[in-house]
Design a protein around this ligand. Structure first.
Ligand code: KG4
Ligand code: ZN
Length: 339
């Protein structure tokens, strides 16, 4: 089965053709980073306008690279939620129109489930596993019993992991987007140069939840301390110490979930899954089976959308032409663990 996938939930305009949920025949990702760089963040109106201008060319390139004609596609999928509503609408409308014109089924895909699927494009992974979904908009620790059977164990109570990287980088003027820049600087720094606080969970908060606002504030105040003292901080040391704490926050919850559930198969996904310290720490645990997406599939891409969609199509699932985009993840798709 040949599935055309489209992804326009944020600032990447992407199209891919994937065979049988596994073989990537083409995967085109056009990033809008240069358009948003001067604002140091994604501007929704700029994003949806660029998607509108680019989508046709990106899909054409996906066909060219795969050496296929539109008539050869068996089904079409696009990210339907969560994301920026105007950006989602571009890819979703394009995908529905394409599927309708070709008379093939169409399915709207959950972006976070697609991130969780990305490592499965490169490896066979059995269920159940613990999923660590870490991106610019989401931080989710979950248990996966099937591709669409997800129990959310913990989320962030404030900033997402990638958002914390981006905000710290913006405050220090390290560059945009922050995650990769901080990761690269951190490689040359001392992670023990500064001790930043781990979040303190308050009564009533869920035991697998994370929080990043305290860490972000501590790191930002650190710069002000330097300014008062009239000295310059070492960017490498700041980055290394921040990165270590930011990742250790995630890992502390993950280790706990492993102990509590006994599940030792771990799947990471989302832009922050590209983080080198996170990858090293997880790979060092020889008692775990750890799966990361290939670096090219950590960030937003359409191959993960087409790959996941195959499993819905295979069991006959499809959406109607009236499917609307949604900025949030609908609750019914996710079971929250009772505690
Ligand atoms: O999954 P993604 O491409 O888009 C969203 O769905 O949000 O994730 C983007 C996020 C950004 O916050 C970016 O700073 C972060 O992933 N990121 C990283 C790294 N590369 C990208 N964070 C930490 N370390 C990295 N190497
Ligand atoms: Zn994403």
């Amino acid at each position: 089965m040949l599935v055309l996938g489209i992804e326009t939930s944020c600032d990447e305009c992407a199209a891919a053709i994937v065979q049988d949920g596994r073989t990537i025949l083409s995967s085109i990702v056009a990033t809008q980073i240069p358009l948003h760089e001067r604002y140091q963040g994604v501007v929704p109106e700029v994003a949806s306008r660029a998607h509108t201008e680019w989508i046709m060319g990106i899909v054409k390139r996906a066909f060219q690279e795969a050496g296929l004609q539109p008539s050869e596609i068996d089904a079409v999928a696009a990210t339907a939620q969560p994301g920026l509503i105007g950006s989602l609408a571009v890819g979703l409308s394009f995908a529905k129109a394409f599927a309708w014109a070709r008379g093939v089924p169409f399915k709207g895909i959950n972006h976070m489930l697609a991130h969780l699927y990305a490592p499965r494009l490169a490896a066979d992974i059995a269920y159940p596993f613990l999923g660590l979904l870490v991106s610019g908009g989401h931080t989710i620790l979950c248990r996966a019993d099937d591709f669409d059977d997800i129990t959310v164990l913990g989320t962030t109570i404030d900033d997402a992991a990638g958002e914390a990287f981006d905000k710290v980088a913006r405050h220090y003027g390290f560059g945009y987007p922050g995650g990769l820049v901080i990761d690269q600087l951190a490689e040359r720094g001392d992670p023990d140069a500064y001790r930043f606080p781990m979040p303190f969970l308050h009564k009533g908060e869920h035991r697998y939840d994370v929080s990043y606002s305290g860490l972000k504030t501590a790191v930002i105040h650190h710069l002000e301390d330097y300014a008062r003292a009239g000295t310059q901080p070492s960017p490498e040391n700041i980055c290394a110490s921040f990165r270590k704490t930011a990742v250790d926050i995630l890992l502390s919850r993950l280790w706990k979930a492993i102990r509590d559930t006994g599940i030792t198969r771990i799947v990471a996904g989302g832009g922050v899954a590209a983080n080198s310290y996170l990858r090293r720490q997880l790979m060092a645990r020889k008692d775990l089976q750890v799966f990361f997406p290939p670096l090219a599939l950590c960030g937003d891409n359409a191959a993960m959308v087409a790959g996941l969609a195959y499993h819905y199509f295979r069991r006959g699932d499809r959406d109607g032409w009236d499917l609307a985009p949604s900025s949030r993840v609908p609750d019914f798709k996710w079971r929250r663990e009772q505690h």
